[in-house]
Ligand binder design. Structure first.
Ligand SMILES: Cc1cc2nc3c(=O)[nH]c(=O)nc-3n(C[C@H](O)[C@H](O)[C@H](O)COP(=O)(O)OP(=O)(O)OC[C@H]3O[C@@H](n4cnc5c(N)ncnc54)[C@H](O)[C@@H]3O)c2cc1C
Ligand SMILES: NC(=O)c1ccc[n+]([C@@H]2O[C@H](COP(=O)([O-])OP(=O)(O)OC[C@H]3O[C@@H](n4cnc5c(N)ncnc54)[C@H](OP(=O)(O)O)[C@@H]3O)[C@@H](O)[C@H]2O)c1
Length: 258
């Protein structure tokens, strides 16, 4: 829907809602024709609250060419925004800030052999959009998607991740994707079962991917629980990696999930 000329948001319609569990939901919103974003960026979604509005950041899950916007959200018990989101259904409306934001994009990393996409919880969201960039599949020989969650039931989007391997837009490159689910509580037999920083420290993550990471060959994106992001960064720095900056490209880019 159109915004009034003096407003910096639009009113958008919920097109579909998918509950993965009592604490995880995905939803699709109508997309204004002028809403542009780079995969990895986030939108600000709003709800009316009293005389004002309540805004929260959500990473785009969908591809830039999709005619809807998809998001993947936690449902925090008593969360100001998500306890209202939990009850919403197709046909309800949300506010969408006109501008996408953020710098958590794969173009901040120099080309290399390996791209490691490390997530906990809903930190998976930006990667689902990033993985739909055809050029990404050309730039790297191995793309490792690591999704760390508490319980196996939190491993959302497994079918969609598997389908990326046979997507026609990057035909011939889909085999590059290595998906490593990590479950820290009651892990099914054979699954990685420790926190991501520990798996980096002891080499289990590299072994599970069958790769030998090195500052020359590897790039890392890290998104999710802010304490996980900090500890993962520390684990990578210990192994000789550094933050990638505009003026001094390195191997790591970070995004706190809240
Ligand atoms: C750049 C950015 C991108 C974000 N992208 C997403 C996204 O794609 N999906 C998403 O669900 N949230 C995302 N968030 C968090 C989101 O903005 C909200 O904070 C969250 O949905 C909860 O809102 P709330 O008002 O219900 O609770 P809040 O009052 O905002 O949060 C209450 C508490 O819930 C916990 N919490 C908040 N967000 C999460 C989360 N995602 N996973 C686990 N625990 C959490 C924290 O302990 C927090 O202190 C993002 C935040 C930032 C800054
Ligand atoms: N999932 C539940 O059953 C449950 C229950 C009560 C409340 N909640 C609330 O729901 C919200 C979201 O839960 P969530 O499970 O999506 O997110 P989460 O608590 O961030 O856990 C997701 C994954 O990140 C790991 N992790 C947590 N802190 C870490 C750290 N400092 N370093 C490295 N890894 C870390 C967790 O491992 P660990 O398992 O080792 O922590 C888990 O594998 C939280 O606010 C939580 O308080 C969830």
């Amino acid at each position: 829907m159109n915004a009034a000329p003096d407003e910096n948001f639009t009113l958008e319609t919920l097109l579909a809602v998918r509950h993965w569990s009592d604490k995880l939901v995905s939803f699709r919103l109508s997309r204004p024709a002028g809403f542009r974003f780079i995969p990895g960026q986030f939108a600000r979604l709003g709800l009316p609250q009293g005389t004002g509005k309540l805004w929260r950041a959500y990473s785009m899950v969908s591809a830039p060419w999709d005619d809807y916007l998809e998001f993947f959200s936690i449902l925090v018990p008593d969360g100001q925004f998500t306890s209202r989101l939990k009850a919403m259904q197709a046909g309800d409306t949300l506010l969408l800030d006109n501008k996408a934001n953020g710098f958590f994009t794969a173009d901040r990393l120099p080309n290399a052999q390996q791209l490691w996409l490390l997530a906990t919880g809903t930190g998976l969201a930006p990667y689902l959009s990033i993985l739909q960039q055809p050029e990404l599949w050309q730039r790297f020989e191995h793309i490792v998607l690591v999704h760390g969650v508490r319980e196996a039931g939190d491993l959302a989007y497994q079918a969609e991740i598997a389908a990326l391997r046979s997507h026609p837009l990057w035909a011939g490159h889909g085999h590059k994707l290595i998906y490593l689910p990590v479950v820290t509580r009651h892990a099914p037999a054979g699954m990685l079962d420790a926190r991501i920083p520990a798996l980096i420290d002891d080499g289990r993550l590299a072994a599970a991917a069958g790769l030998r990471p090195s500052p020359e060959h590897s790039r890392f994106m890290v998104c999710g629980n802010p304490q996980m992001v900090a500890s993962t960064f520390a684990a990578l720095v210990k192994q000789g990696y550094s933050l990638s900056r505009l003026k001094s490209p390195g191997q790591i880019v970070l995004e706190n999930g809240w």
